[in-house]
Design a protein around this ligand. Structure first.
Ligand SMILES: *Cc1c(COP(=O)(O)O)cnc(C)c1O
Length: 381
């Protein structure tokens, strides 16, 4: 990926003047900083950023500039990058499975917060990490729907095991905390309600007062026209339910959004390589590139079409089947996308809300995936 120093007014300015034939991911630092401030002023606790959703250094730098002081990291590389870009920031090593070499690296880097969801991983931490002043958060799961896909399928202890682990964490002299992730793109705020009340029950069963409760990522982004995420309503619900469930024992709250912070700050411009039979649209990017997440998390229908002369196509939308550039038949977007009837070959289809899980999971499959990142003031077409 290449980065140029130019700052564009809007995507169409670059598209018109450069006519890029490879995908371009447009980044608007001002949008990212505004979203960060929305979390910082609205969330009733510490806001940390889940680095995996978009590990671009410009993203981290802009979040630090906006006032983000903590990061959810999952690997030695992420730890090293945050130590370099934000030396004073808190690191929460919340990938609950780590090799011994990874734990040793984290200890050496001064990481003071870890999550666990199993006895064997807790035993490993107890052996290698000095307990004094170090937090261990027990990650638990519930069979809750409401998210784009189920995070509990991989990580999270049952509530019974979580009580046992929390008691053991306290007995070992670590700072006991709890954490959960309701699932990414969680559009049902009641998922947080159920998780927070369950967290209070886990503490009661364990006879342990949790120092902190991390309510995860999962904050939704704007993917489908007309369905605007209600972040402030989710923040207010989390605040109210935490008090109701824990009373005087309310732990300090932490959140670790990835998507909710970064998605809106990027738009992906793809180019129409061909339109076949007036229906099948072939783009220069697809599910092995910046659109990798769409088959898992659902279609983003917030797409604008820009002609090579920089004008926005205003024709009525018509549903089309959209394919990516590789020769693999799974390289197809889910469902059908409404695109203007007057669109044509060499136009650009600009997808909005593309900051999370796009550049991070881009592959070079079949020789494609050569993506540029461009900085822009505004993301409107
Ligand atoms: C991926 C991840 C996040 C971020 O999830 P989003 O749905 O992008 O907000 C937060 N915490 C953990 C532990 C994760 O693995």
């Amino acid at each position: 990926m290449g980065l140029s120093k130019t700052i564009w007014a809007q995507p169409s300015e670059l598209l018109r003047t450069q006519q890029p034939d490879n995908p371009v991911l447009f980044f608007a630092p001002m949008v990212l900083q505004a979203t960060a401030r929305r979390f910082l002023s609205g969330f009733p606790g510490l806001v940390t950023y889940a680095v995996k959703s978009n590990p671009d250094e410009m993203v981290v730098q802009n979040l630090v500039a906006a006032g983000i002081k903590g990061f959810d990291v999952a690997s030695p590389n992420e730890i090293a990058m945050i130590r370099r870009l934000a030396p004073g920031a808190a690191l929460h090593y919340n990938n609950p499975v780590r090799s011994r070499a990874e734990i040793a690296f984290a200890v050496e880097q001064g990481v003071k917060s870890y999550s666990v969801d199993s006895r064997s991983e807790l035993a490993k931490l107890a052996e290698m990490v000095p307990a004094e002043g170090t937090e261990i958060s027990v990650r638990f799961k519930l069979p809750v729907n409401g998210a784009a896909y189920n995070f509990g399928a991989k990580f999270g202890a049952t509530t019974e095991l979580a009580s046992e682990l929390l008691a053991e964490v306290a007995r070992l002299g670590f700072v006991p905390s709890l954490t959960f992730h309701p699932g990414t793109q969680c559009t049902d705020p009641m998922a947080w309600d159920a998780y927070i009340r369950t967290a209070a029950g886990i503490c009661r069963n364990a006879g342990v007062k949790a120092r902190r409760l991390n309510v995860g990522g999962g904050f939704p982004s704007h993917r489908v026209g007309g369905q605007l995420p209600q972040l402030e309503a989710i923040f207010a619900l989390i605040d109210r339910v935490a008090t109701e469930a824990f009373g005087d024992d309310r732990p300090a709250l932490v959140c670790e959004p990835g998507r909710g912070l970064v998605a809106e700050a990027f738009s992906l411009a793809t180019r129409v390589k061909a339109i076949r039979d007036d229906n099948h649209v072939f783009l220069n990017d697809g599910v092995y590139g910046g659109l990798a997440e769409l088959p898992l998390a659902g279609l983003i229908d917030r797409a604008e079409v820009i002609s090579p002369d920089g004008a926005r196509r205003e024709g009525e939308p018509r549903l089309r089947t959209v394919f990516g550039p590789t020769c693999d038949s799974v390289d197809k977007l889910p469902g059908e996308l409404g695109l203007p009837v007057d669109m044509s070959e060499e136009d650009y289809v600009v997808f909005h809300g593309m900051g999370a899980y796009s550049s991070a999971t881009n592959t070079r499959f079949n020789g494609f995936g050569d993506m540029t990142i461009a900085t822009t003031m505004s993301l409107r077409g």
